[in-house]
Design a protein around this ligand. Structure first.
Ligand code: MG
Length: 162
């Protein structure tokens, strides 16, 4: 296999009052949160799809079907750990990732560094490997009307030296 592989992931969740809002493993203080089978961590879900995509290993729905009781209410961090193991077992490691989260409100500026730190820790990489950017939906539906949260993640993997 080629020494480098690129991956891309995307996710969107509906927002609903009273649900917890978790982004990259960090709890965000908000009056609404993600509607989901799991903890609804849109950023970790996009990251998982980016890693799976880079390895051509299918998508998050195949690995964690919402009909599977094992993953009901699952911590997305556990799902990420499982996928990271697949990547490592295939002989690859993360070079870097670049994430964008779209949320109208609250502003993510005060959370971005904590999210980066948390992702770097979960992935066992340095902070310089992890980029987290935040944007609003410019008041346009569905993100801009706070009906949804979205995330995109691009990642690059490299084969371990034998
Ligand atoms: Mg999701």
């Amino acid at each position: 296999m080629h020494p480098y592989r690129i991956g891309h992931g995307y996710d969107r969740h509906r927002l609903e009052a009273g649900k917890p809002l978790i982004i990259g493993g960090v709890v965000i203080d908000a009056p609404f949160g993600s509607v989901a089978h799991s903890d609804g961590d849109v950023l970790l879900h996009a990251l998982i799809d980016a890693l799976l995509g880079a390895m051509a290993l299918g998508d998050i729905g195949e690995h964690f079907p919402d009909t599977d009781p094992r993953w009901k209410g699952a911590n997305s961090g556990q799902m990420l750990a499982h996928v990271l193991e697949l990547v490592h077992d295939a002989g690859y490691g993360l070079v870097n990732l670049d994430a964008t989260v779209l949320l109208e409100t609250p502003k993510l500026k005060p959370y971005k560094f904590g999210i980066r730190q948390n992702l770097a820790e979960q992935l066992s990489v340095g902070l310089d490997v992890v980029s987290v950017k935040a944007k609003t939906g410019e008041k346009l539906a569905p993100v801009g009307t706070s009906e949804a949260i979205e995330a995109w993640v691009a990642c690059l993997l490299a084969r371990h030296e034998a």
